[in-house]
Every structure is written in C-alpha cells, then in structure tokens.
Write a protein that binds this ligand. Structure first.
Ligand code: AMP
Length: 478
C-alpha cells in the first residue's frame, strides 16, 4: 500500500460486439430489446442464449449486473411464443416457465425485466413473494400466467392453497442459487422441484460454484452446459476506483464535493452499519440532498419504495448497508461511495459492481481513514491490485470537528494499547457547537435544487468518462 500517490485506473476491456439480431429471436422480442436501448449482447447473453434456444440445461456462473436476466428470459420467451394466444381462458395460459429467486427485490427486478422483454407478445407474467397480501397474487395466478417469478416460501404457500398449478412447467430457472442456499431455501427448493414435470429444461445461475451448488446441479440438471463469464466487478474494467485519505468527520463533505465536482446526478453511499446508514441518510438530507436509506431496519416495502424512488430519479443518494443492497438491479449507476471501507473485501467487489455495468463507465470512491489499513490490505489481496491512497483536498473551509476526530483517534489508540484515553482536549478553535452542523440547509431559501447541482456549472467534470446529469431512472428501461 502506498500513500499520497496517484490514482488507480483500471483499463477498459473490449466490449462484446455480438448483436441481438444475429440470434434466432422473434421480431417482437428484438423490438423489446431495441426499446431497452441494448446495442449488443453482454458476454453471458452471447454465450447462453444460443444454448438455451438449443434446449440444453445451463449452469451459468454469472452475477447480477452481467445481463443474465435477459440471457435466460429472452430465449425462454422465444420458446414459449409457440404457446402465445389471446384467449381470456386461464386454461390457455398455464405456467410454463418458473423463475425462482432468493429475495423479493430480486424477484421483483426479474419480473420487471421479463415484463419488459415480453411487452410486444401475448405472454403473461406475474411475480409472487412473501411479506405482502396473497390475494392480488392469487387473482393473477388464477387468471393464468405463462411466466411465474417467485420466491420459494411464498410459492409453496400458493402451491398448498392450490393457486399455482405447475404440472405444465417446461422451463425452470434457479436464479442466484447460491444465495437461495445461503438463506436456507434448499428444502423449499427440493419440494418445489418435486412438484414439477421431470421432462423440462432447467437453468441454474449462481455467482459461485460451491460444492453445494454442484450437488444441486447434479440432482436437478441434465447434462448441463457450463457457461462462465468473468464476475462483472472483478473485471470491473470500466470502473475508475479511487481511494482518498479522509478523516471521519470530513467524509460527508468529501462526498458532497465529489458529487459536485464530478457532476454526479445519483450515487449509492455504502456504510457498514444500519445505524450509521440511518444517521448519515438524515445528515445528507439536511445537506439538501434527496436521500433514501436502505438498511435492515427498513421493511421490505420501504426498501422497495426507496429503490423505486431512486430508479425514478426522485432520490439523489441511496444510503445503504451491504445486506440491504445485495442483488439490487441498478443499471449504469454513475458512482458508488464506500463511506466506510467494508469489513469484508468481497463486499468491496459487490459494492463497486453497482457501477460501470454493461459497459457503462463508473466511479467508485472509497474514503479511507487511518484505521482502515487492515481492510485495505485485504481488498488489495482480493482484487490483486495495488491500492494507492490519495490525499483529499477539501474545498470546504468552514470549521469542522477535526478536534473530535483526533479525540476519537486517541480513544482508539488507547483502546488498542489497553489504557484509558485522555479526556478530550478542548481548544478555543474547536467550538462545541459547530455552526455548520447546526444549520439545516446549505442553499438559500427558494432554490430547490441540491447544493451540489447548483455549483456544477462553475466546476468542470474532472474525468471525461463519467456521464453526468442523467438520472439512473432513464437507464432502467422503465
Ligand atoms: P442483470 O444482470 O440481468 O441484472 O442485468 C443488469 C442490467 O444490465 C439490467 O439493468 C439490464 O437492463 C441491463 N442489460 C442487460 N442486457 C444488456 C445489454 N445487452 N446491453 C445493455 N444493458 C443491458
């Protein structure tokens, strides 16, 4: 690890050139792809779509962010088009494809994608997950759907209530299978799979191929073709990763400054604790940023609402913890901030994988304090790159609670050395009541735009590869 040196820039990888219209896909599906603005296939799509079209079982090593949802939905929709009909009779719309996902958020995202890809067809889709009333889901199931996306627990409830009949299922997708096993869904999966016709095509997607996943595949897949693509984030080639040395109390100002300087319209800010995330979300809100918090203390409903507001561009900052943000489908996000260096190096890779997706460029900023050396060392080992920590020049000249940060440092040092910390020093230059923290908003009354947006015309973007001003909403195809 070196200090005070230059940035870590990762070189760009060649984009896949394969076009969707080179595939045997119906014009209705190609139109939906074009509507989504996809120009070429991602590697998993180029590899998996022809295999799925050929009717083979697939074991795909791909994470969210690689375009895997389209990789399985497009060919399955293509195959189901032979059953397409406009009949009102539920019997003419039996469940033919079942997609199982670990979480409500992922199920919801997959469902939104499937709906989008099927928009010009007569094929119907529905999503069912727990934590909400079963009745509207039941009504949808009874009306008939060809594609059912579900979390395992709720699907079993519907099977038991005889709302879901699965004897005509031809295609099964186990999405994020490793997470389903982590959550403990194996018994539920086994039960669900036992209800399905044996003659079917099964696709399993997982970020890792652990021995458990391999066992699952051996039990439920037939002669699968393995399709692997690089983890989107391990090769996160289009992500500019920066590490800045900042004191704890300067972190928030640093985030605001970077947003302003880089003209970033939206970002996710990651913290390690839900308390920290809740507190920081409120602080950013006081700074005039439209902020939503995404952490374990929020109900699933609240989390989905925050995420939707973020996708619609109504929220500038999503302040999140790792657990709450896992699996979120937020495409083409311009920036991710590691407000706290994550405890686990893998989480660093997950976090920065939220930006620079599907060939888009992105910025990942990590704010590093003196206490983070161990974690930074672990990230270095994981990403196999030397991390260079830059000093951060804060433009903000207003008084900050530097004194307190020093005190906290003293406390930590004292704890490490097993002695009591010296009482906090007070000096004339470190007021207890900091006017900066006491003032709720930066902008003058009447100006509704966030503080960092107002300043952006005077401050040119420093790197040309960050596409400014576009809210993520516009890029989500909905
Ligand atoms: P997924 O890995 O399926 O969650 O996809 C990640 C994001 O990439 C989604 O928001 C998709 O809309 C987007 N995406 C999928 N395929 C492509 C493509 N071929 N080109 C551009 N974006 C894509």
């Amino acid at each position: 690890m070196r200090d005070n040196t230059n940035v870590t820039e990762v070189s760009t990888v060649t984009a896949p050139a394969a076009r969707f219209d080179s595939l045997a896909l119906d014009a209705k599906l190609l139109r939906a792809v074009a509507d989504s603005g996809y120009e070429s296939m991602t590697p998993i799509q180029a590899k998996a779509i022809p295999i799925v079209l050929a009717g083979r079982d697939v074991m795909g090593a791909a994470q969210t962010g690689t375009g895997k949802t389209a990789a399985f939905s497009l060919p399955l929709l293509q195959k189901m088009l032979r059953h397409e009909n406009a009949s009102m009779s539920p019997a003419r719309h039996p469940v033919r494809a079942l997609v199982l996902a670990p979480t409500r958020e992922l199920a919801d995202q997959v469902a939104a994608n499937v709906k989008n890809y099927a928009q010009h067809t007569q094929l119907r889709s529905a999503v069912v997950f727990g934590g909400v009333d079963m009745k509207p889901q039941t009504a949808q199931l009874k009306a008939g759907v060809e594609v059912l996306i579900a979390t395992p627990g709720r699907l079993l409830d519907h099977i038991e209530a005889k709302n879901a009949v699965l004897n005509q299922v031809e295609y099964v997708v186990l999405d994020e299978a490793d997470r389903m096993l982590d959550i403990g869904f194996l018994p539920d999966l086994q039960r669900i799979l036992s209800y399905l016709p044996r003659q079917r095509q099964t696709l399993l997607f997982s970020a890792t191929f652990s021995p458990e996943i391999k066992r699952l595949a051996e039990s439920y897949l037939q002669d699968p073709v393995t399709v692997e693509v690089a983890r989107p984030n391990a090769t996160a080639s289009t992500v500019e990763q920066r590490f800045y040395r900042v004191a704890d109390d300067d972190k928030r100002a640093a985030v605001r400054q970077i947003l302003r300087e880089r003209e970033l319209a939206q970002a996710i800010v990651f913290l390690n604790s839900k308390l920290g995330a809740a507190r920081m979300a409120r602080a950013f809100e006081r700074d005039g940023l439209k902020t939503a918090a995404l952490h374990g203390d929020k109900s699933q409903d609240e989390r989905l609402k925050s995420l939707d507001a973020f996708k619609r561009g109504e929220v500038d900052l999503l302040v999140a913890t790792d657990v709450a943000a896992r699996g979120l489908d937020i495409a083409d996000l311009p920036a991710v901030f590691n407000f706290d260096v994550p405890f686990n190096a893998e989480d660093y890779v997950h976090r920065i994988g939220r930006t620079g997706r599907a060939g888009a460029s992105g910025l990942a900023v990590t704010l590093v304090t003196r206490d983070d050396s161990r974690q930074i060392g672990e990230i270095e080992r994981l990403i196999k790159k030397q991390i260079e920590i830059e000093p951060f020049e804060l433009e903000d000249t207003r008084p900050r609670r530097r004194q307190r940060d020093d005190d906290r440092g003293d406390e930590r040092r004292a704890r490490r050395e097993g002695r009591a910390a010296a009482p906090p020093r007070r000096s004339a230059s470190a007021p207890v009541n900091d006017p900066f923290f006491d003032r709720p908003y930066e902008e003058p009354a009447g100006d509704a735009s966030p503080a960092w947006e107002r300043g952006k015309s005077e401050l040119p973007a420093k790197t040309p590869n960050i596409r400014p001003k576009r809210k993520v909403a516009a890029l989500l195809g909905g």
